[in-house]
Ligand binder design. Structure first.
Ligand SMILES: CC/C=C\C/C=C\C/C=C\C=C\CC(=O)SCCNC(=O)CCNC(=O)[C@H](O)C(C)(C)COP(=O)(O)OP(=O)(O)OC[C@H]1O[C@@H](n2cnc3c(N)ncnc32)[C@H](O)[C@@H]1OP(=O)(O)O
Length: 277
């Protein structure tokens, strides 16, 4: 399998097809021999997750259900950032309708990604705060380049990571570590994240990152797919159902929370600080 993949990636026999996407916010390539898909987030400069990017991801995930997709590697085209998390502009002075639509699409995308039956790997080639960390945590396996930051830093911004973000972290690093990290809003270095198990492997550089992602995929493709996915969904169903059964309440929390004047003030200050950097 490894040799076959090397031949394919080195281009001796090009069987990689661009997956027709309605936008260029995600670049999607499917290897027609192995069925492995690479989904590259492509919203410069930092892949902040606005409605349009989430919608493009969601549409791709739906489309993959009807393709011969055997696995998916999620990565980013940005040189420095995997994803900067939710687009703060979606939360800063939106209309209620816009905020509701945005949150609904975030929920849709997360449900699809978290419940994908095929193996999913986050090839984290840059910083991955907040919603970026959520995307990475929703994959089954995480590999990260050195000296970048990852974590649910919401508390530090004066906002609260939603319950399902928190659940994802708890499922990966355990309740005690997650409680400490969430209360403090810790952003871990790649090296620290590897120590506590928030990421599974450290890569030496971007080339090594993709090699390791394909290695993990090769291992998974050797397993009986139905047994594999049944176990995966068994582990994830409580977390999934917790959101699925309370989507409306979760949306109401979000709307009530972001429309508080203090939260809007914090967002404004944070946005200004980011612009001044
Ligand atoms: C009871 C409670 C119930 C329910 C919960 C209710 C509410 C919860 C609500 C929200 C949950 C939110 C989760 C989130 O994801 S919030 C987003 C958090 N993200 C961050 O804190 C990251 C911010 N960005 C950075 O730290 C950096 O940009 C970086 C490290 C990712 C990359 O650094 P660089 O130096 O490479 O790039 P910059 O110069 O900083 O940025 C370039 C450019 O991009 C703009 N930008 C950055 N991040 C965002 C973002 N998240 N949204 C929008 N825009 C962003 C930045 O301002 C720069 O813009 P300009 O080029 O200056 O115009």
């Amino acid at each position: 399998m490894f040799v076959l993949r090397q031949c394919l990636t080195l281009g001796t026999k090009s069987s990689v097809r661009n997956f027709a996407a309605a936008t260029n916010l995600v670049n999607v390539k499917i290897n027609e021999d192995t069925g492995v898909v690479i989904m590259e987030l492509n919203k410069p400069p930092v892949n902040s997750l606005n409605y349009e990017l989430l919608e493009a991801m969601h549409r791709t995930l739906v489309k993959l259900e009807n393709e011969r997709c055997s696995g998916m590697i999620l990565t980013s085209s940005s040189p420095n950032t995997f994803s900067a998390g939710l687009d703060l502009l979606e939360m800063y002075k939106p209309t209620v309708d816009k905020a509701r639509k945005f949150w609904g699409m975030l929920q849709n995308t997360w449900i699809k990604l978290y419940s994908a039956p095929y193996p999913t790997v986050a090839a984290i080639n840059g910083h991955s705060p907040a919603g970026g960390c959520l995307l990475a945590m929703s994959c089954e396996y995480r590999i990260m380049v050195p000296k970048k930051k990852i974590g649910l830093n919401e508390t530090q911004l004066g906002i609260v990571a939603p319950q399902w973000f928190q659940d994802c972290m708890k499922n990966i690093i355990g309740s005690r570590q997650a409680e400490k990290a969430l209360i403090a809003g810790t952003l871990f270095s790649s090296e620290e994240a590897a120590k506590i198990g928030l990421i599974d492997e450290l890569a030496t550089d971007k080339e090594d990152l993709m090699k390791k992602a394909h290695d993990f995929m090769d291992e998974q493709l050797g397993l009986p797919p139905l047994a594999r996915s049944t176990v995966k969904i068994g582990f994830r169903k409580d977390t999934l159902n917790r959101l699925i059964n309370s989507r409306e309440v979760d949306t109401k929390y979000f709307i009530d929370f972001i429309f508080q004047p203090k939260v809007q003030e914090s967002l404004e200050m944070y946005l200004q600080a980011l612009k001044k950097k």
